[in-house]
Design a protein around this ligand. Structure first.
Ligand code: CTP
Ligand code: MG
Length: 181
């Protein structure tokens, strides 16, 4: 696969895992998942993980997969790149895994005494990628192994932090997010 195809494939395949985070910022608010409960004096997850944000994020990611499936036949000849289609399993596993990875990271951050919104570099940028890749691998190992070759995985791990930091910074600048990370 040529380098451009590797980059495009990595971004394409991860889009349904990227968008849930940004959609959660827009959809968030209302009841926190942990119901305000604490463990050893620290919140279980915190007010930054809400039902609305999680469900909104998952819906946005799944809808995006369907949209990508729809535009794929038009885009492939234009780019001259073979793009992966999203079967039902990955359509759900990518956004659910992304949200669950982010929630697990929040649980860990609270145990380490990091308040909601505290920056934890690397973890903040890759928690949702790890969650998405792990779940999609469990749900559809054949699809995952076929799409995420080593070069594609490398692109995802390198480019995700850059994309994540720049979209979060943009969300902060327009007043949607409280912190720029
Ligand atoms: N959000 C949400 N539900 C989620 C994930 C995110 O409602 N499952 C919303 C919250 O409003 C959250 C914002 O999106 O504040 C930004 O998400 P994130 O950076 O993941 O949360 P933080 O506020 O930084 O909280 P934490 O320290 O727990 O990561
Ligand atoms: Mg955060």
């Amino acid at each position: 696969m040529d380098p451009l195809a590797v980059v495009v494939t990595g971004l394409w395949a991860m889009l349904p895992a990227y968008v849930p985070n940004n959609a959660a910022v827009l959809a968030g608010g209302g009841a926190p998942i942990d119901g305000g409960r604490s463990l050893d004096g620290r919140r279980l997850l915190g007010d930054g993980k809400t039902w609305r944000g999680t469900v909104g994020g998952i819906l946005a990611g799944a809808l995006l997969s369907s949209g990508l499936n729809a535009i794929r036949p038009t885009l492939e000849p234009i780019l001259d790149i073979t793009l992966p289609a999203f079967p039902l399993g990955p359509t759900l596993a990518l956004p659910v895994g992304a949200m669950v990875g982010d929630i697990i990271a929040s649980f860990g951050k609270r145990r380490l005494d990091k308040e909601r919104g505290a920056a934890v570099p690397v973890i903040d940028q890759l928690d949702f990628v790890m969650g998405a890749l792990a779940l999609v691998f469990v749900v559809d190992p054949g699809w995952t192994a076929g799409v995420f070759s080593l070069p594609v995985l490398g692109v995802v791990v390198l480019m995700t932090p850059i994309l994540h930091l720049s979209t979060n910074w943009a969300a902060y600048v327009v007043g949607l997010k409280n912190e720029p990370w």
